[in-house]
Design a binder for this molecule. Structure first.
Ligand code: FCB
Length: 442
């Protein structure tokens, strides 16, 4: 398996999941800080108060990246560290943290990819309605513009939003993520305003004329397949495909929401103002794809949405309960190309949680994760051979971290983290990935 010479070999993280010190140096409260401190929201009552203590240990973590041989690292900026209330006054100390991190990465020969929004909205903006408020698109674009001005000379890869579908569905519709809202109207508005914020941020970057900066968005995609040939199973699979895979990409690439979803949500459908779709359609330079699994769907009249996910007996599942289905990576990337054209792609997340633990020698052996990564890289390679412009792969995640509503119970890392001592141990998957990357560089 030989990948292109300029392929990016990375790992990904997100601010709230690893940094800890959420209020340090003048940072403002985020919705995830508030949510995780609300009893009953997170497994075992876990919070991101300490997480991987990366805010203080970032230099050590860059050393680990060097040992892994990464040439790229995707991380997110906590909006509220830079702008404690989400807008207005800049908190220089928060900004300096990211400047130091970027400079440290560049010194190590590691290309940074910054995600501007990985779910930690400043709580003050939530008190004004959050993404359900149309003004949030402007607040986001202003924050993005500030980051482009401050770091656009050094950072060439910018992602606006991480998985807006998950924010809309889990944050505003089903309430399992911050801000914990269950309101279909608010969800549809939040989705539309995220798209608008994304488009405005793209325009802001273009207007600054930074010669090397590239901008895109990160979406969670995956095959949504019918459990049988029955017309009803096919219908629900098509609806989920439209909802998960097309809902954010159709507006960005085609300037319209998928009809099937719009008619399904009826009166709650988002209302676009006249110029919105033009802004949302602003040309992006790349698309980030987060791929974990597929869904096999069957019609189920007893379910509010009329469908259920069918468990695939006999297939390996990760600790998240997600089926390991590497072919889905190939299928979805080919679909993206067929549907939206030759847009450069990055696999911005792909990974697996397994119940890792150090053995008596203090080593963490995780053969299932090695198999997972290898199988997905094989599919990535096949995709490139079949003409898809895939430019990089970021494993999720660099290290075990705070897995949202599951707290610290799910370990995705290449590095094992002992959350008592903050000691990192390279898992055998980390060693395998390092060797694989080294082999590609020869
Ligand atoms: C994705 C998120 C990421 C992580 C992985 C497991 O949906 O973007 O932060 O939680 O899932």
């Amino acid at each position: 398996m030989q990948f292109p010479k300029d392929f990016l070999w990375g790992a990904a993280t997100a601010a709230y999941q690893i940094e800890g010190s959420p209020l340090a140096d003048g940072a403002g409260v985020s919705i995830w800080h508030r949510f995780s401190h609300t009893p009953g929201t997170i497994l075992n009552g876990d919070t991101g108060d300490v997480a991987c203590d990366h805010y203080r240990r970032w230099q050590e973590d860059v050393e680990w990246m060097k040992r892994l041989g990464l040439n790229a690292y995707r991380f997110s900026v906590a909006w509220g560290r830079v702008l404690p209330t989400g807008r207005g006054a800049v908190n220089q100390k928060g900004l300096d943290f990211y400047k130091r991190l970027v400079d440290g990465l560049l010194r190590a020969g590691i290309t940074p990819m910054i995600t501007l929004y990985h779910w930690d909205l400043p709580a003050e903006l939530q008190d004004c309605g959050g993404w359900a408020n149309r003004d949030c698109a402007k607040w986001f674009a202003d924050y993005a513009c500030l980051m482009f001005r401050e770091l656009g000379d050094r950072v060439q890869l910018w992602a606006t939003l991480n998985e807006p579908w998950v924010v809309m569905a889990l944050g505003y519709l089903w309430g399992q993520h911050a801000p914990g809202i269950r309101d279909i109207g608010a969800a549809a508005k939040a989705g539309h305003h995220m798209l608008l914020g994304h488009g405005k941020a793209v325009c802001a970057l273009r207007s600054l004329g930074l010669p090397n900066a590239k901008i895109g968005i990160v979406t969670n995609l995956g095959p949504q397949q019918p459990a049988s040939d029955s017309p009803q199973d096919q219908m629900v699979a098509a609806l989920w495909h439209n909802f998960i895979n097309r809902y954010f990409l159709d507006p960005i690439f085609h300037g319209e929401y998928p009809d099937a979803v719009i008619s399904f949500i009826g009166e709650f459908a988002p209302k676009a103002a006249p110029d919105d779709m033009q802004i949302i359609q602003s040309r992006i330079d790349f698309l980030g794809v987060n791929y974990y699994t597929r869904n096999v769907l069957a019609y189920d009249a007893s379910d509010p949405i009329g469908s259920r996910t069918v468990y695939q007996e006999g297939k390996l599942h990760t600790e998240m309960g997600w089926e390991v289905y590497p072919e889905g990576l190939y299928e979805i990337l080919k679909w993206v190309q067929a549907e939206y054209g030759d847009i450069p792609l990055y696999i911005t997340e792909n990974g697996a949680a397994f119940p890792d633990a150090p053995n008596t020698q203090g080593e963490v052996d995780d053969p299932l994760r090695v198999d997972y990564i290898r199988a997905h890289l094989e599919q990535a390679h096949r995709t490139i051979q079949d003409g898809v412009p895939l430019k990089g792969y970021f494993y999720w995640s660099l290290m075990d971290n705070f897995e949202w509503a599951f707290g610290y119970s799910k370990r995705f890392g290449l590095l094992y983290v002992d959350f008592e001592t903050q000691k990192r141990i390279m898992k055998s998957s980390g060693r395998w990935y390092a060797e694989f990357i080294a082999g590609q560089r020869q």
